[in-house]
Write a protein that binds this ligand. Sequence first.
Ligand code: ADP
Length: 405
Amino acid sequence: MLRMGLTGGIGAGKSTVAKELVELGAVLVDADVIAREIVAPGSEGLAELVDAFGDGILLPDGSLNRPTLAEKAFANDDARAVLNAITHPRVGRRTAELVEAAADDAILVQDIPLLVEGSMAPAFHLVAVVHAGEQERLRRLVDLRGMPESDAKARIRAQATGEQRREVADVWLDNTGEPEAVVEVVRRLWEERLVPFEQNLRTRTVVHAEPVLVAAQSQWDQQAQRLVARLALACGGHAVRIDHVGSTAVPGLVAVDMLDLQVTVADLAAADALVEPLAAAGFPRIEQIDHDTPKPSYGAGGETDPAVWSMRLHGSADPGRPARVALRVDGWPGQQFSLVLRDWLRDDAEAVHEYAEVKRAAVRSAADETDPLRAASSYRDVKEPWFDRAYHRAWDWAGSTGWSI
Ligand code: ADP
């Protein structure tokens, strides 16, 4: 099951997007609907609210008078805590029930207005944010939904900012134009990303990046940080630390559009315990072939035992975001080297320039081969001599700058 979080400021068009996704075949779990359901007339939730806040919170027909409850519950922190203690666990339980009831191959969309405010993004395989400017949202709320302007303004002000939402958005759905425009984008998202992502997740298939070098992209680090947050949640206590490493972590360096993440674990048993949680989170394990592990010759500093270069490799199931996740043991040379290499390159513009040239030469050499395995091996043959020297240069730099992890 693929779980996508859908959010956006009030009036941005979440319901419009959700409706289209349902038409395409998604299973929708709507947080607003659940929040109403758990305090519907006759519910246990409503009975507990009456016990806590008195029957003054009821309308004559026995349903909840929301403005009166809000007045009482938002009067002070204690009252708000009482309200949350009654409602939050019920919303959580009902959400879990609905998620569990969905089919294994479902594409589940959770419409959650306060996804950003509640720091829920890492729990989803993908987060889509629907965006429209504040003035436009205000106009829609007042003109189309009949909300008093002061209410609409207050609600917009109480929510997260566009900037905060951008940080968690794997998919940014611009809904400033005509509704038909966003609907078209949603259809493409469904076909090109959500359907294949769900299938890859279920079949544990990783995606590959096109083997071409592209100019450094300013959004790489933010994308990587979103993956770090997902990995952290999936790994729990098994991860000692998680870092964005490799070429995409060095500003200005040309790279294949494939993010490298390193999960540091205490030992290989911890890495092996993460096969299932990582696959479920969208990072299936890749069976390693010999060249996935760096050659011990990098370890001319004494770490020549090939075993200490062992690692476990995972990929990404998301067709929209290829990534490679290496699980390496804390303190082993491969784990340390990926960090020191990144930090040395971040600090040495000349080395970045050299490395970019070596990569370009490697790509040219691979382009002469038609067989993909020979192309990959040709690429490595050109890069490796530079890397062998880089190992020592990076550590020399670490020694001279007092670098430490
Ligand atoms: P949300 O669920 O994010 O609060 P809605 O989907 O209910 O927002 O949209 C708010 C209002 O704006 C609705 O009346 C909706 O029909 C309208 N709306 C949505 N998208 C557009 C658009 N692109 N242009 C104009 N009005 C829109």
